[in-house]
Design a protein around this ligand. Structure first.
Ligand code: MN
Length: 179
């Protein structure tokens, strides 16, 4: 059975990028035995700024790229482009991916914490996030191809820190995917 990280590793050369290549399956299984699964949101200044939203699940980080970050307002859904599963230790990664490499640009952790699964189905993932900045119930659902939407279910808390309103469009090249 191919590793869940086959696609992730195929896109990266460990000699050229400081990104983690992932623990072995055995180590991943051991790491998994925690009370609550973790999530991380990484701010990624790649070709276009986006936020990578990753949920720990079955030994990997299931991932989406959010061009506008997490939605603040339950009335406004945000695009979430499904990306390849990432290794668990990617959740601690911050640094610079060299220009010219896949996803080249600076990565920093915007928030991290734990989450509770409310539902996890092929067409609907509902989670309660417990981070320092991201808090509350969110639902993700596919809308075609790699595109999903992320919807905030709870009213935005009064002290919620909004993402920057003015950001560059994500797709510099029509059809290009965020990395
Ligand atoms: Mn990214």
């Amino acid at each position: 059975m191919p590793s869940k990280l086959t696609t992730y590793r195929a896109k990266r050369d460990p000699k050229k990028t400081p990104e983690p290549m992932g623990a072995t399956a055995t180590r991943a299984r051991r790491t998994k035995q925690r009370a609550a699964p973790t999530f991380v949101i990484q701010e990624h200044h790649a070709r276009a700024l986006h936020w990578d939203f990753r949920l720990e699940r079955d030994g990997v980080l299931v991932s989406w790229a959010l061009p506008k970050g997490l939605p603040v307002d339950p009335k406004t859904n945000h695009l979430a482009v499904h990306t390849e599963d990432h290794p668990l230790d990617y959740g601690g990664f911050e640094g610079d991916i060299p220009k010219g490499e896949y996803g080249g640009g600076h990565v920093s952790i915007w928030d991290h914490g734990t989450y509770d699964v409310v539902k996890w189905r092929d067409k609907e993932i509902m989670v309660d996030l417990h981070g320092e900045r991201a808090e509350g119930r969110y639902v993700l659902f596919p809308t075609g191809g790699k595109n999903w939407m992320i919807h905030r279910m709870d009213p935005a808390p009064a002290d919620f820190e909004a993402m920057p309103a003015l950001i560059k469009p994500m797709l510099a090249t029509p059809g290009a995917l965020p990395s």
